[in-house]
Design a binder for this molecule. Structure first.
Ligand code: UDP
Ligand code: MG
Length: 322
């Protein structure tokens, strides 16, 4: 008799921060969707959802522990405080034991019905399956423009480009997750790390719906900081660019100096201009401050890495594999 291959396991990692409104809706939707996927799978699949409670202060932990879904097991990691989504996701990845791992948001903005397609691609050999948003029509104008600007700028300065309009929602084979976990950086920008490890990827596309319940946790300020973190962690171009700017202005001032010299010889001494002097002082003062700021970004980063503090602290766990 042919030996039966054991079912493949998929761990879905879901960071949670004050999500008591969205969590029950998510659990029900996933239970229904995974039921369909399991029924249709030929070689057998088993699912677990690993929730990472990122310091919620509402009933999130209670609701996660109480869940009794039929088609997946529930695991839970409680962090000691709010460490932010990037770190919560990292905490989840370090404890996810599945043959494939899928990070997902709890608010159904990463639609469960896309999972079936992603798993199909993975079972036919893909190591990474990206879920790509086809449009950003539901975003505000400002968010749309800034997203386009961010991806363009990031891919211009970074050695490895990140796929546009792909969030953290993607399927990663065990090999990919193990590679991601080899990177020990403390200040993590997951999208860049996922791109850095390489492997070939395939895409599935979807329309991103509105949040199911509860409120979004990303203010414009937080998003701006995430974008800065992304660019500064992926590239040293912002450091190098100052050499070019410095060189450009050095040449420019040399030319200007020559012009003044010639002018003085030909026309004679001119009354010194107050406004142009102030303008130049302000301009170069500003330029100096910006370049100091850029240096500061990298020095701050070196400081954080040298301190070597962990990216998250676990308070307690529930139903973990080991
Ligand atoms: N989240 C988290 N820690 C935070 C902020 C958010 O774990 O500090 C989780 C949140 O519970 C959700 C996911 O990250 O599952 C995405 O959050 P949100 O929907 O607010 O982000 P957006 O859809 O605007 O990217
Ligand atoms: Mg959301």
């Amino acid at each position: 008799m042919a030996k039966k291959t054991p079912p493949k396991s998929v761990t879905i990692v879901v960071p949670l921060y004050n999500e008591e409104a969205a969590l029950p809706v998510f659990i029900d939707a996933m239970d229904a969707e995974l039921k369909k996927i399991i029924e249709h799978s030929k070689q057998g699949l088993k699912f677990s959802i690993l929730f990472v409670n990122d310091g919620s202060t509402d009933a999130t932990e209670f609701l996660a522990r109480q869940a009794r879904p039929e088609n997946f097991t529930v695991q839970l990691i409680n962090l000691t405080r709010n460490f932010g989504k990037e770190n919560a996701l990292y905490a989840g990845l370090t404890h996810a034991k599945g043959d494939a791992v899928v990070p997902m948001d709890v608010d159904l903005q990463d639609p469960p019905k896309v999972l079936a397609q992603m798993i199909e691609c993975w079972l036919s050999g893909a190591k990474i399956v990206n879920a790509r948003r086809v449009s950003r029509n539901e975003d505000t104008f400002l968010k749309r423009i800034s997203a386009i600007g961010f991806y363009k700028l990031f891919n211009l300065v970074s050695e490895r480009s990140i796929p546009e309009n792909v969030g953290d929602f993607r399927l990663m084979d065990r090999d990919v997750v193990d590679a991601v976990l080899q990177i020990k950086e403390k200040k993590r920008f997951n999208k860049e790390i996922f791109a850095w490890v390489g492997f070939t990827s395939e895409d599935v596309t979807f329309n991103r719906p509105e949040r199911s319940a509860g409120i979004g946790k990303w203010s414009t300020w937080k998003l701006w900081n995430l974008a800065l973190d992304g660019i500064f962690s992926a590239s040293t171009v912002p450091l190098r660019v100052w050499s070019y700017i410095g060189f450009f202005f050095a040449v420019l001032s040399l030319c200007y100096g020559l012009i003044i010299l010639l002018y003085t010889f030909v026309v004679g001494r001119e009354v010194p201009g107050y406004s142009s002097t102030v303008l130049l002082i302000l301009f170069f003062g500003g330029l100096n401050l910006v370049s100091l700021g850029v240096l500061g970004e990298y020095i701050g980063r070196i400081y954080l890495e040298v301190r070597d503090r962990p990216a998250f602290i676990i308070h307690s766990t529930y139903a973990l594999d080991d």
